[in-house]
Design a protein around this ligand. Sequence first.
Ligand SMILES: [Zn+2]
Length: 124
Amino acid sequence: MAEDSIVCPTCARVHPSSERFCEVCGMPLVHLVGAEQAASERQRAARKIKPQYAEGELVKVAHAENQPEAEFIAGLLLEEGIPCLLRNAIGGYSAVIGAREVLVPESGAQAAREALAWERPNSV
Ligand SMILES: [Zn+2]
């Protein structure tokens, strides 16, 4: 077996397998198998981002119970052209299974809340 390296799906930085999150972007790291696909997904999504939604300080627009839910929300936002960042809601303590906060630039916050309103009526 090759060395069990894991990579960041966003910036493609390689980390030792003892790491769980990218030190640069905070994204959950993935094994090399599938990483390429994830990266191209991200790049495809990144091309959709609307510059007018990418300005200002990051504000929280949603709360997710876990990473899959957070990824789902992120996908919805990207569909609307809104860039977002997922952050551990409780710091690094329960990094793998903990709740996530979904942050977007201030200029995209209103659109993000509207995009999520029909999916998550009780969020935030
Ligand atoms: Zn990264």
